[in-house]
Design a protein around this ligand. Structure first.
Ligand code: PMP
Length: 425
């Protein structure tokens, strides 16, 4: 893979921050190292002296003297080494990426921790998108990432998708405007990457099948583009066995995968991780070296302590408990929707995640209904148009989240909405 052809001038120009390099060295050095290098404040003067976190079903996590000092101190831009190696083992167990044993220059799998996966994705877009570059996505898509891409000026093209995710035939048709060898000529503007949320797409709840992923990966090889696999709902897949991921099929080192603890451990701790070819992960870290410097040390240590206590098995058991909760919530929301909306709207059964994507019959634009009338009746939802590349085009959809509400609230919300729809059509 020729990675440099994908990089923006900004990303190519990034150089290691020499002070950050010393922090990386310190984090791995023996205690005998006398460090006069980094401008780290003396943690003895930090007012916080200890912390204890009560955790469900396991011993309290105690951060005493040495640990709290570490938690409150600057740390490496990649993430703290112990958490990185824990996560590396997890990725190997879950995805067994072919790239694990490749040489570094040939796409060897690497990992960095980010402040939620949003941070990593935002940096990946800045690393890859020049104005005018062709980018492939499938609408409707998460505004958090869409709105990170849009200002960078790429030509964002929608690839047709359905209940089972991106339709490979649709992708083939879009790609047929180029010849495979065009990727060697920058003026031809062949797609640089495909961005997709393969499980429980936000907002549709749809998931891409393993067979389609294989076809899409082959097209990526043929036309030489990267795949950004944004998978925050991977650990919220309702049906097992889980489909293989793009990372698991990545024989070339062309997949950048975004994971997060947001949905299964905590969203406020802001801990996510990016897995992909070393050359590209390095660029993301160089960006971190000059933006936030590193993801929060305290958050990382909390997660590390938790994972160490749980072990891989305990973590996956927690994931299963979380899935059971959300699956039940989904079923309760589907029951409420069946009860109140069945003649007024339509939807698919979400396969993962926390959203129901509902199309209102007879209303071409839900914006006013959702943003004004529903709020007046104290029901908060998200109108569909914000999930499209061109938000000015009307949408008959809205997104309802089943993560927080009780069955009684779901029932009342959809009853009120049904009344509103009847008044509006
Ligand atoms: N991508 C998608 C598709 C999401 O739904 C979200 C969270 N809503 C994110 C990325 C960002 O997640 P994080 O909290 O890890 O930044």
């Amino acid at each position: 893979m020729n990675y440099s052809r994908f990089l923006t001038a900004t990303s190519l120009a990034r150089r290691p921050n020499p002070i950050r390099t010393t922090v990386e060295i310190m984090s791995r050095a023996p205690r005998t190292l006398i460090s006069l290098a980094p401008g780290s404040p003396n943690p003895k003067l930090f007012p916080f002296k200890s912390a204890a976190f009560t955790v469900e079903n396991v011993a309290t996590i105690q951060l005493e003297e040495e640990m709290i000092e570490r938690a409150l101190q600057y740390s490496p831009s990649y993430g703290i080494p112990e958490l990185l190696s824990w996560l590396k083992q997890l990725q190997i167990k879950l995805h067994n990426p072919p790239t694990v044993y490749y040489p570094p220059s040939q796409g060897q799998m690497d990992l960095c921790i980010t402040s939620g996966c949003q941070d990593g994705l935002c940096k990946a877009f800045e690393m890859l998108i020049n104005p005018g570059d062709t980018i492939l996505v499938n609408e409707p898509l998460f505004p958090g990432t869409l709105y990170a891409m849009k200002p960078l000026g790429g030509n964002i093209i929608n690839v047709p998708s359905d209940e089972y995710g991106i339709i490979p035939e649709g992708l083939k048709k879009i790609l047929s405007q180029w010849k495979p060898e065009d990727s060697k000529d920058p003026t031809k503007k062949t797609p640089k990457f495909l961005y997709t949320v393969p499980n429980g797409n936000n907002p549709t709840g749809n998931s891409l099948t393993g067979d389609r992923k294989k076809e899409i990966y082959e097209l990526a090889r043929k036309y030489d583009f990267l795949i950004i696999e944004d998978d925050p709902y991977y650990f919220l897949q309702f049906n097992k066995p889980w489909e293989p991921t793009f990372l698991s099929m990545d024989v070339d080192g062309r997949v950048i995968r975004a994971d997060t603890f947001s949905k299964v451990v905590s969203s406020g701790l802001r801990v996510g991780f990016m897995t992909g070819p070393k050359t590209l992960i390095e660029r993301i870290v160089l960006h971190t070296q000059v933006s936030s410097l590193h993801p929060c040390t305290l958050s990382q240590l909390m997660i590390l302590q938790l994972l160490t206590q749980w072990g891989e098995e305990g973590f996956l058991a927690h994931v299963d408990r979380t899935i059971n909760f959300y699956k039940n919530q989904r079923d309760l929301m589907l029951a409420a929707a069946d009860k109140w909306l069945c003649d007024l709207a339509e939807w698919h059964v979400p396969k993962a995640g926390m959203f129901l994507w509902i199309k209102v019959k007879g209303i071409s634009d839900t914006k006013e209904l959702i943003e004004k009338k529903a709020i007046e009746r104290e029901v908060l939802l998200v109108p569909g148009n914000g999930f499209y590349i061109d938000a000015s085009i009307p949408s008959s959809f809205f997104r309802a989240s089943f993560s927080l509400v009780t069955p009684a609230q779901m029932d009342t919300a959809f009853q009120r909405l049904a009344q509103l729809i009847k008044e509006s059509v």
